[in-house]
Design a protein around this ligand. Structure first.
Ligand SMILES: [Zn+2]
Ligand SMILES: [Zn+2]
Length: 140
């Protein structure tokens, strides 16, 4: 098993100050099994640390994004969700009609990525994308 460094270790190594608020936000992101929104992070954090406010959550998320430690995806309608980057090896299919979100494996884009590379000499980064459309039950 390879040693797993968590977000707070990485921030500490890079010289960032870890306030209790920041630690709680990091724990909420890492503890989430699936995606988590800023509001959900705030709700979780608030239960442990009632003085935390949502702007701390946003600021911490901004920092983590800048450092490339979390993936942010816009599911449409202002729904932004987050993962630690290590858990972001998939894409999302988002139904415009019912809002349902399904995961698909990132390997789905391998051929397209190769093709873009060959045709355009462009190294495309398909990272944790939201793909919009209509789900099976809504199109049925
Ligand atoms: Zn995801
Ligand atoms: Zn649907």
């Amino acid at each position: 098993m390879k040693a797993k460094r968590n977000l707070s270790d990485i921030l500490r190594e890079r010289g960032y100050r870890l306030t209790p608020q920041r630690m709680i936000v990091l724990e909420a992101i890492e503890g989430a099994d699936y995606h988590i929104s800023a509001e959900e992070i705030h709700t979780k954090a608030h239960a442990k640390y009632p003085h935390i406010n949502i702007s701390t959550v946003y600021r911490t998320l901004e920092l983590l994004k800048e450092l490339g430690l979390v993936a942010e995806t816009d599911l449409g309608g202002g729904r932004l969700i987050y993962h630690p980057v290590g858990k972001a090896h998939h894409h999302h299919l988002v139904c415009r009609k019912c809002g349902k979100v399904q995961d698909i494996d990132e390997s789905v884009f391998e051929r397209l990525r190769d093709e873009i590379g060959q045709k355009y000499g462009f190294d495309a980064e398909f990272e944790h994308m939201a793909i919009f459309g209509t789900c099976r039950s809504c199109s049925g």
